[in-house]
Design a protein around this ligand. Sequence first.
Ligand code: FES
Length: 156
Amino acid sequence: MTRNTSNLKRRSFLKKVVQVCSAIGFVASMVLYWLYVFPKQRGKRKIVYVYACATDDLPDRGVKHFFVDYPLHGRTVTKKIFIVNTHTADLFALSGVCTHLGCLVRWDRRARRFQCPCHQGQYNLSGEVVAGPPPAPLQRMMLKIDNDRVLVGLMV
Ligand code: FES
């Protein structure tokens, strides 16, 4: 009698363990299915336009750097950007962050190049790599003018 009762309790316990494991497996597979079917819903990024300068502060010709503040993950981040006016193309904005390891580049007016002090990466006026280890050009950013305010588009 005692042995049968003990066997029944053990079977009941094992049955519950199997049910709980099945439920956990079902929920886990539904989460994986959701992540597989809707991958773009996660980490979706958008462009925010932030104030860079007044139109009066734009370079007449050449390059000028600015620091812009923008919101990212609940805090304010400062980013160095360059606004370039070549008079042969539209006004455009470049990120001041080197694409090699993320150092801040500076504009060398004499050499007419953006230069990275960390590993001597160099970029031309358009932001294309001309020397050193950077794997990609400087990131070009959207630029728009709204009521004498120059705004740059940043991915957040
Ligand atoms: Fe700019 Fe390495 S971080 S060249």
